[in-house]
Structures are given as structure tokens and as C-alpha cells.
Ligand binder design. Structure first.
Ligand SMILES: [Zn+2]
Length: 441
């Protein structure tokens, strides 16, 4: 039997059975004609799924026009930027469903201002975390893989460097290793995100960031000492002499906040909560605890003369759950992130000069929420699945949400390019008069 005839017969059978079934299922809702039309269009379409894929080869970012921003009614002194790597609306929806159902409201749902963020880089419609984080940290698009540099590899001043000139104290938090793309875009300038030896060196020796909290001790230790550094430098030993080094979550709760000096908290050899090392999890903080610590420490710096603070905290492993095609992993990481979001939102409600911005860098995994059976909309079973590839899902080009609360939040609505998000953050902050750094380097 030729393929076309086979398709016609299979299509006709699906149409008749589907039509009968769904006429029956949806009769009481008056939807049968709508669904039959859908079935009809399915039967009538010709060609394979592959035939319908639209591809395009050229993207241009030179014609990008910056979004027109309003002058905020009030300026913010403090900015908490929370980034869930790999989170779009389907990840948010899956988390909401799995934790109380469609009428449940998670912390993200409690923000008064929401918008949509477009994420493409200069050389790819599908961004990676490095170029997207660079857009957030510098306001400029760059090529995939680049951190804090433009497409010609020229350094671009990042937000922590700019804010340092205006009297702000900055902290970076991640649940991955600290050298991973998102935190690295706020504290280093390298052509390739893979150059973690150089990223960590810049974080220790050049960055203005006062508090680093994440995993990643092995990225500071040479291979011959059990780490993964190729350059032979034992940067961990250097950190222990130049910084206040923390490696256990109890050191966060017991910390004397009166201590000034840069803090490096590295709570795991690689990422936090690694499945292979569950025995270590007892020493590893949750995102909320790290955020609480960074805020308390920032407040202390403000008591000593800093004008305000900036904190970037990343829920790094939402993305890794997407790459791993693992819904349970996604749910755990979203819970950790959303708990930190709840804490930040409450802090901003209690401290009216604080702007909280929550967003993502791209979607990962093509997460899909659909009826378990085709057209079974009224059934009580739904299917949540990753759809980019099995085993190692990729990033997708769908936009990501942004949520905002606090002074300057009015610019985070509508559709924004990821570089507009940087501009909206800068517009929200009081950057009037340059002054010497307020932290002791
Ligand atoms: Zn990412």
C-alpha cells in the first residue's frame, strides 16, 4: 500500500473514531463542533511533521530598537535580581500544578507586574546562558558562550562594576558552581564560558563583588590536588588568605555581620545538591538562606556608608532538570527558587526602597503540558513532558517571563528584549553621583 493511501485510511479512522468519541465526551459542553473541526483539519493536512518545520537562517540584531522606558516615579536603593535558569511559563505552570493545582498560587504569581522577555543572542536565535546573562549584566547582546564581552571580545562594563561607582555593594549567589555562566557574567570578562580557570581568577582578584555564595570548590583547586583546574594554581588557598572563606551552611547563620571583607562561600565541590554526593547536602544551604545572608550583610555595609545593594541569585539547576528531562528534579529546583522568591518579595514589601525582579535566561527542554490522551481535554489526567530531545534536552527560543515588584517596576511590563531588562534595572536605581567604592577592597 502506498504511503499516501495509508495516511488517508489512518486519517479517516482517526476522524471517525475521534469524532464519535469526542462528540460524546463534549456533548454536554457544546464543544463537539469545535473539536470535530480540529479533527477535520488534522485529517485534511498533508505531509509529515518534518514537512511543516519552518527553518530560517539569518537573524539580525543590528536593527534592535531599545524599548521606550518611563521615568520611574520613585527610585530604588536596592535591587534583588532572581534568575531561574531555563524557566519559562511551562516550568512555572508545572510547578504550580504539582504543588496544589491550577487554582494554587505560588510566590511568582503574587507579583503585580509581569512582562515577556525575548532572549536571542547576536549569533543565535536560541541563546545560551552566557550571552543571555551578559545581556542582563551589561545591557548588550553578545554571541553565545561569551561572558561580559561584546561579539568582538571587547570587555563591557558590567552592572556590579557600574554600581560600585555609585556606592552600591554587590553579591552573587548560585546553586551551581560559582564559575557557571550566569554568576560569571556579573563578575568576569572572558571570550568563552568554558574558561573557568580564568573566570575564577577574575572573581577572586578583580571583581568588585563583596559576597559570593555557591558551590564549586573544585574549580578553585588544581587537578593534582583533586580539583579540576588545568593551570596548576591553588586558588582555594589564595581565597582562604584574601577572603573570608565559608564552606558550611552553619557558618552563614553564625556569621558575625560586623565583619567587613570579601566573603567566598563555596559549599560544595561542584554544584549544590549533587545527586552523587547526598552525604554532603547537610552542609549546603538553600537559596533562601544564601539570599537572607547576602541581604543582612548588605544592610550592614549600608550602615557603614553604602547607598544600596545589588544581589543576583540564580536558581541554576532548573535548567539542568530540563537538560536531564527530569520532572522531579525540576519540581525540587523550582521549590528552592520559589521559596527564595517568596522571601525576596516579602523583604521588598517590608523595605519599600527595594526592587525585586524575577526572570529567566531562556527555556530549557520544551516542557509541554497536554492531555494524556489526544483531545481528552475533559479527562482528569494530564501529561507533563520534555520535548526537545530525550536524555539531554536543549534550550528553546520561546520567551521567558519577568516579574517585578517595587520602585521602578513599571518598566518591566509588555514585551522586552533581554537588554531592555538591564536598562529597566538601571533606570530604577538612583545613579546620580559617582563616589568612591563603599566597600573595602
Ligand atoms: Zn541558561
Amino acid at each position: 500500500m502506498n504511503t499516501k493511501l495509508k495516511k488517508i485510511i489512518i486519517g479517516a479512522v482517526i476522524f471517525v473514531l475521534g469524532g464519535l468519541t469526542f462528540s460524546y465526551l463534549t456533548f454536554s459542553y457544546g464543544l463537539s463542533s469545535y473539536i470535530q473541526n480540529q479533527a477535520m483539519s488534522m485529517v485534511e493536512s498533508e505531509g509529515s511533521i518534518e514537512d511543516k518545520i519552518i527553518t530560517f537562517h539569518q537573524i539580525s540584531t543590528s536593527d534592535l530598537k531599545p524599548k521606550e522606558l518611563v521615568t520611574p516615579k520613585e527610585k530604588a536603593n536596592n535591587l534583588i535580581l532572581l534568575i531561574a535558569d531555563g524557566m519559562s511559563l511551562s516550568q512555572v505552570t508545572a510547578y504550580r500544578l504539582l504543588n496544589g493545582g491550577p487554582n494554587h498560587r505560588i510566590a511568582l504569581d503574587k507579583f503585580p507586574t509581569t512582562g515577556i522577555v525575548l532572549t536571542h543572542s547576536t549569533d543565535a536565535f536560541i541563546t545560551d546562558s552566557a550571552s543571555s546573562a551578559t545581556a542582563y549584566s551589561t545591557g548588550q547582546k553578545t554571541k553565545n558562550g561569551a561572558l561580559g564581552v561584546d561579539p568582538e571580545n571587547k570587555n563591557i562594563e558590567n552592572l556590579t562594576e557600574t554600581l560600585d561607582k555609585y556606592g552600591f555593594v554587590s553579591s552573587l549567589i548560585a546553586t551551581s558552581e560559582i564559575t557557571h555562566a550566569t554568576p560569571a557574567a556579573f563578575a568576569s570578562h572572558v571570550e568563552s564560558r568554558r574558561n573557568s580557570d580564568e573566570i575564577s581568577k577574575q572573581m577572586v582578584n578583580e571583581s568588585v563583588v563583596t559576597t559570593f555564595l555557591a558551590g564549586g570548590r573544585n574549580f578553585f583547586t588544581p587537578e593534582e590536588s583533586g580539583g579540576i583546574r588545568k593551570d596548576g594554581i591553588n586558588l582555594l588557598e589564595e581565597v582562604k588568605s584574601s577572603h573570608i572563606f565559608l564552606s558550611h551552611k552553619d557558618e552563614l547563620s553564625n556569621f558575625d555581620l560586623g565583619q567587613s571583607g570579601k566573603v567566598f562561600g563555596l559549599f560544595a565541590d561542584e554544584a549544590l545538591r549533587q545527586q552523587e554526593t547526598p552525604e554532603n547536602h547537610i552542609t549546603e544551604p538553600e537559596m533562601k538562606q544564601m539570599l537572607d545572608f547576602a541581604v543582612s550583610r548588605s544592610e550592614n555595609y549600608m550602615d557603614k556608608g553604602c547607598k544600596g545593594f545589588f544581589i543576583m541569585a540564580e536558581g541554576s539547576q532548573v535548567d539542568w532538570a530540563g537538560h536531564a528531562n527530569n520532572i522531579g528534579y525540576l519540581n525540587r529546583e523550582m521549590a528552592d527558587f520559589d521559596t527564595a522568591v517568596e522571601w525576596a518579595l516579602q523583604y521588598a514589601k517590608d523595605n519599600k526602597d527595594t526592587l525585586v525582579v524575577v526572570t529567566a535566561d531562556h527555556e530549557t527542554g520544551g516542557l509541554l503540558i497536554e492531555p494524556k490522551t489526544l483531545f481528552g481535554y475533559t479527562g482528569d489526567e494530564i501529561k507533563i513532558s520534555f520535548n526537545t530531545s530525550k536524555g539531554f534536552g536543549s534550550h528553546t527560543g520561546v520567551p521567558v517571563p519577568v516579574y517585578a515588584y517595587g520602585p521602578g517596576s513599571e518598566n518591566f511590563s509588555g514585551t522586552l528584549d533581554n537588554t531592555d531588562l538591564y536598562r529597566a534595572m538601571v533606570a530604577a536605581l538612583d545613579l546620580e553621583n559617582e563616589q568612591p567604592s563603599c566597600v573595602n577592597n
